[in-house]
Design a protein around this ligand. Structure first.
Ligand code: PLP
Length: 349
């Protein structure tokens, strides 16, 4: 296997990470200039007066077991958004390198690239083929400057899923040239296993996962980058020490307890059922309902603004995608009660 780190910025490869205060929870801490007393109302186990574990290894072990990978293949961060930022800064030299993405897709890849001064090359999804990616066009667009190729699957906002039979050959063809970053923020709602099972075979494959959607922790901000240990080690040098706050670490560890995981899986199944029900109910109200493998539905309407207004009158925010896909709206699957109320609101004349 090639040494995938030759794709990274040389100065990041050479970087020495910040030396944080040692983490030895069995001893009392007089080495980090913390306050000895907790504030009133501090309900955390560890105490907010103390710094959290500098790199969230306990959380990463729990995420490794959730995702079925080794702890060395996991970097936990503040949402998968942080992973996107670290990848961009670690692999793209400002003013020189590029990322490739397939619009319409998640907006953060482009924003992170622009902030870093990396070029954004686009090879659109094929609408006529249900928003499929175009691997031939992606490969034809490759130059030595393209360091990251993003595929979001299931894709936000179109909802369609790309299978492993398409992605693994692409990873192979990009091997030695670029990382294939597969954003699986919604994979729990899709009918296929994660690509994380294939990390060992592809050292340039990076899988992004998040607890924000399926695990109901959007407010905690925790996501995971799953990749070859060498990539995880490289990006760990760049992440801020103490990136995951104590309340986040404790909330994640609690959410990943077996009883909570059983409940989370039952709720994922309910959202999938509700998604299919919502899609059926929306069909007569719009011109198109795109099939979804996620927890949202993309619809198209001749009067999208009217639908948004009706949703608002019923008390709901819907996401208008008019700018990227004419007539399109993205609707998140809510509780059965919310979905029913939304449909009544949209049916109103
Ligand atoms: C929501 C979303 C994320 C961001 O997740 P966080 O972990 O909350 O940062 C990443 N990718 C896609 C495609 C998303 O829709």
């Amino acid at each position: 296997m090639s040494d995938v780190l030759h794709l990274a910025r040389p100065e990041i490869r050479a970087l020495e990470a910040y030396q944080h205060a040692p983490w030895e929870p069995s001893l009392e801490r007089l080495h980090a200039n913390e306050n000895p007393w907790r504030i009133d109302g501090d309900t955390t186990r560890a105490g907010l007066n103390r710094y959290p574990e500098p790199y969230a290894f306990e959380v990463e072990r729990a995420l490794a077991s959730l995702y079925g990978v080794a702890p060395e293949q996991v970097l936990a961060g503040r949402g998968s958004d942080e992973a996107i930022d670290l990848l961009t800064r670690g692999f793209c030299a400002a003013g020189h390198d590029a990322v490739l993405q397939c619009p319409p897709t998640f907006g953060m890849y482009k924003v992170a690239a622009r902030i870093q001064g990396a070029e954004v090359i686009e090879r659109p999804l094929l609408r006529a083929r249900g928003w499929a990616i175009d691997p031939a066009a992606i490969l034809a667009a490759m130059t030595p400057r393209v360091k990251l190729v993003y595929v979001c699957t299931p894709n936000n906002p179109t909802g369609n899923d790309t299978d492993a039979a398409t992605l693994l050959p692409l990873a192979k063809q990009l091997s030695g040239r670029a990382l294939l970053v597969v954003d699986e923020a919604y994979v729990e709602f899709a009918a296929r296993p994660s690509l994380a099972n294939h990390l060992a075979e592809h050292d340039n494959l990076v899988v992004l996962r998040t607890l924000s959607k399926a695990y109901a922790l959007a407010g905690a901000r925790c996501g995971a980058l799953l990749a070859a240990p060498s990539i995880v080690e490289l990006l760990r040098k760049m992440i801020q020490p103490y990136a995951l706050p104590t309340p986040t670490q404790e909330a994640v560890l609690a959410a990943l307890q077996p009883a909570n995981l059983t409940e989370a899986r039952a709720r994922i199944a309910r959202i999938i059922e509700e998604r299919d029900r919502l899609a059926l109910a929306l069909a007569p109200l719009v011109t198109r309902v795109w099939p979804s493998a996620a927890n949202f539905v993309l619809v198209e309407s001749a009067e999208p603004a009217r639908l948004v207004a009706k949703g608002r009158a019923a008390g709901f925010l819907l996401r208008d995608f008019e700018k990227t896909i004419p007539g399109a709206l993205r609707i998140t699957v809510g509780s059965p009660e919310q979905n029913a109320r939304l449909i009544v609101g949209l049916e109103r004349a």
